[in-house]
Design a protein around this ligand. Sequence first.
Ligand code: ZN
Length: 614
Amino acid sequence: MAISESEIAQVRAATDIVALISEQVALKKSGRRWSGLCPFHGEKTPSFSVNAEEGRYYCFGCRASGDQITFVRETQHLDFIDALRLLADRAGIELHEDANAGPARKDRQEFLSAMERAVEWYHDRLLHAPDARPARDYLRSRGIGGDVARRFKLGWAPDEWDALTTSLKLNEKVLLGTGLGFVNKRDRRQDALRARIIFPIFDPAGKAIAIGGRILPPPFGVGAREDGRVEPKYKNSPETTIYSKRRTLYALNWAKDDIIRSGEIIVCEGYTDVIAFFTAGMPRAVATCGTALGEDHFRTMRNFAKRIVLAYDADQAGQSAAASVYQWERQHEVDVAVARLPRGSDPAELAQRDPEALRQAIASAVPFLQFRLERVLDGANVATAEGRARAAEIAMVVLAEHPSELVRDQYVMQVADRLRIDVARLRPRVAEMAHNPALRVVPSEPPPMASVRPRQSGEAMPRPGLEALRLQVHFPNDVKDRLIAPYFVHETQREIFEGLASGKPLSDVIDDLQRRGEDEAAHVLSRLAVDELDREYTVDDVTAVVSQLVRSAVRAELKNVERDLRDGRMEPDVANATIRDVKERIELLETPQGAQAERDLRAWLLERFATTSK
Ligand SMILES: [Zn+2]
């Protein structure tokens, strides 16, 4: 592949290495050099140094070194030519190698340019088209005016099949390569999104790589389509060669500067939450794009800031996989904190109602572990010795997940204090649990990875259901009157439950399952049947297992209620009252009023299932 030396030199000269590296690393000027945290190895103190005049970088820690092209190659995993092309594009230099241009690279360029034009087109529609009026009204009702819409390049996809495709004359390859459209069953090109507000998604350098679309809720939008299909609230571009969901953080391109300046990055759940933070004067918020926060996001974030504040709805934040969060904290040397948002409120709503409260929530965010612990302690029944002991058990499990003994110890004292239990009794138990994860049995925490993995699907099974089935196998009389099919949200588990509930001998149940082709169910049940139970089950243990199962089933059903509310199939008053009542009862499980709460939730679930399966 022939590119002349002079063109390579030209690209180097035109690329400001400090600006380039700053897209991924927070650089500070020290003397004549710039320094920051090395993107190639984990570190706490900066040993990564950039020399602007020479166009070189060097790391004193891991000895990574190079120029602009090396940097792009290493960080974006490109070969020399592709890295060079990327930099040439940035600098507006045309390379004379097109005869041999790699097809993948050329496609990429074509897709990026189509995406850019699409974003502009959607944006223009939102600002000017008459049919976008409901969208503008809706956005304004959420505190998003014209200036904000311009800042975030928001758009409107009209309620037509192929308005974008025909206006921009997008061919099939581009439609599929960008995810902007597809070819329908009648072999016609069709837009991916219609009748939606468009949130364009950019890479850190500011190139549009994907779009997310939100439906207009009633009374602004149409609700269900004419064919009765209910559309999901959000729809995003699929994975493409220009868009990787697990690496992308929405709004990082705009938030970068403030993140670096403040050393803090706020992670929210949705695009409108991000925008709310910007308008409330905290332009350092990002959101994941249709995936959970994961390892790759941490890898990106740690290049920008040390402090990561999760600003989710409180119930959600507590459900992040704790063990992974601690592991990422350690590996990437960041601190993860959780903003204590008022229960039931999200950042977008809070920013509009009380921006000061939102600022406070971020400023007073607490470490992830403390947040989880507080939830346990706040929910504890400290009035009785049993209540305190139970809360202590749960608290110790939460503590034991943290890998650092020093950290654990600080919190052990807090727990001892709050629950009036001798710290000397807690300490050894926490240490024991820390070293032996099998001892960490939590009734009221989100389910950890399943202990039984079905052979075929490889999909993890929800723990609460498994625990309940285990009891059903080994102590059928203890749970006979307390378990019902709607508790089992996992289909395989429900199959097993129903088989066992028939009262037939175990081996017959397994045979039946196999005969019906339910191999996974048969396998799981065979495993459960030979389980060694490591301890006796008391009445409280059974209650803990059943409560956990009820809790998980009810939470799953609440999601459906929320969906019904969004889709206008439930009156807001009714839905909100239901959500509130049900959540109150969840909190009561395993308290002295637990039995009544369990009966109420059971009745509610049965009722929901009776009406929805009609
Ligand atoms: Zn290094």
